[in-house]
Ligand binder design. Structure first.
Ligand code: KIV
Ligand code: ZN
Length: 390
């Protein structure tokens, strides 16, 4: 029996499965092992290591990760087919806590065109696939693919069937990134209140970012009673990606006053993990990406830099150290003001006095108008020239 009122939220990382499905982000076995080690150190509760039936390489990497990971539960994905489930069971069997994650589509459009199956057949397959998975392992997750576009009465019947067959986690994915926060929250409230055996499973969110709402939707789902969040490092994943782990975790930490949900992530490892995933996938992190983008703790405008120098709370809602960034950076550019320029000179070892400062500041502004960013070396050259010609 699961108490959905408790405040512990499980972090299910799918960087190695849904993340790897991102065009251009495939990883070798060695790279996957490196990421798996980083995720385990980060403190994820469950890592989805791959889709064992997809290829021999995927099977081997899931199986190697299952043997190697010390703390997290290791999951493999499988369709609702006996050969998928048995292959998945074989791959995860050496994990400390093996999990089989089986799924089938439940929306009208997927059942009609993709599966070409009647709803009653889908229900039969849910029962048989979950029961088969439960014969292999104690931890079985069932997902209603395209759950947010599924008709509500049918979704409730599917969830009830999966739980009766032994599913311990029920995931309702927003497969195409279509839902909104209010709608997703209400969906979990509706299913949990209507399905008679709902309290026997943990509910899970899995959001894609097609409309840029994956993180907001994930958190709304938790407010609706879900207690597992599926996400990826840097938000990599199919199309526009999945909900970004680092954003979810830092939102929960920074707004614990209104989001009182606990998890096990060591947030000081977020930047390092992001860099490692970016390096092995050759997938760059956008400069202005929340939490781990290179500008996430950088300030250029004079007003902001002045505020930051007086008190960091003026323009930072979390410390850079809390996500593993050594310090805030005040980027020197045409928007920078006298206060930041003076601090920069101090940091570089110069004390020019009031007059010298004014002259150097005018030359700096001149230069900044011509260059996007003025580097420390530019300032040193400018000041040394000023001193030489004084
Ligand atoms: O987006 C999705 O629906 C999925 C499922 C396989 C869980 O990735
Ligand atoms: Zn997905």
């Amino acid at each position: 029996m699961t108490d959905q009122n408790n405040d512990r939220v499980f972090i299910f990382d799918t960087t190695l499965r849904d993340g790897e499905q991102c065009p251009g982000a495939s990883m070798t076995l060695e790279e996957k092992l490196e990421v798996a080690d980083a995720l385990d150190a980060l403190g994820v509760d469950i890592m989805e290591a791959g889709f064992p039936i997809a290829s021999q390489g995927d099977f081997e990497s899931v199986s190697e990760i299952a043997r190697r990971v010390k703390n997290a539960s290791v999951a493999g994905l499988s369709r609702a087919a006996p050969k998928d489930i048995d292959r998945c069971a074989e791959a995860v069997k050496h994990a400390r806590i093996p999990r089989i994650h089986t799924f089938i589509s439940t929306s009208p459009v997927h059942m009609q065109y993709k599966l070409q199956m009647a709803p009653e057949r889908v229900l039969e397959l849910i029962a048989s696939s979950v029961a088969r998975a439960r014969n292999h392992v104690a931890s079985v997750e069932w997902s209603a693919e395209d759950g947010t576009r599924t008709e509500h009465d049918f979704l409730c019947r599917c969830v009830e069937t999966a739980i009766n067959a032994g599913a311990t986690t029920i995931n309702i994915p927003d497969t195409v990134g279509y839902t909104t926060p209010d709608e997703y929250r209400a969906l979990f409230e509706m299913v949990r209140s209507r399905v008679p055996n709902a309290d026997k499973a943990i509910f899970s969110v899995h959001c894609h970012n097609d409309l840029g709402m994956a993180v907001a939707n994930s958190i709304a789902g938790v407010m609706g009673g879900a207690r597992q969040i599926e996400c990826t490092i840097n938000g990599i994943g199919e199309r526009a990606g999945n909900a970004a782990l680092e954003e979810i975790v830092m939102a929960l930490k920074t707004r614990a006053d209104v989001l009182p949900y606990k998890n096990n992530i060591d947030t000081t490892l977020l930047m390092r993990t992001s860099k490692r995933v970016s390096a092995v996938t050759s997938f760059p992190v956008q400069y202005n990406k929340s939490i781990v983008g290179r500008n996430a703790f950088a300030h250029e405008s004079g007003i902001h830099q002045d505020g930051m120098l007086k008190n960091a709370h003026t323009y930072e809602i979390m410390t850079p150290e809390s996500v593993g960034v050594s310090k805030t950076s005040l980027v020197m550019g045409k928007h920078s003001g006298r206060h930041a320029f003076k601090e920069k000179l101090k940091e570089l070892g110069y004390d020019l006095g009031d007059n010298g400062l004014e002259v150097a500041f005018t030359r700096f502004k001149d230069l900044a108008d011509r260059k996007k960013v003025v580097y420390d070396e530019d300032i040193v050259a400018l000041v040394d020239d000023e001193i030489a010609n004084a």
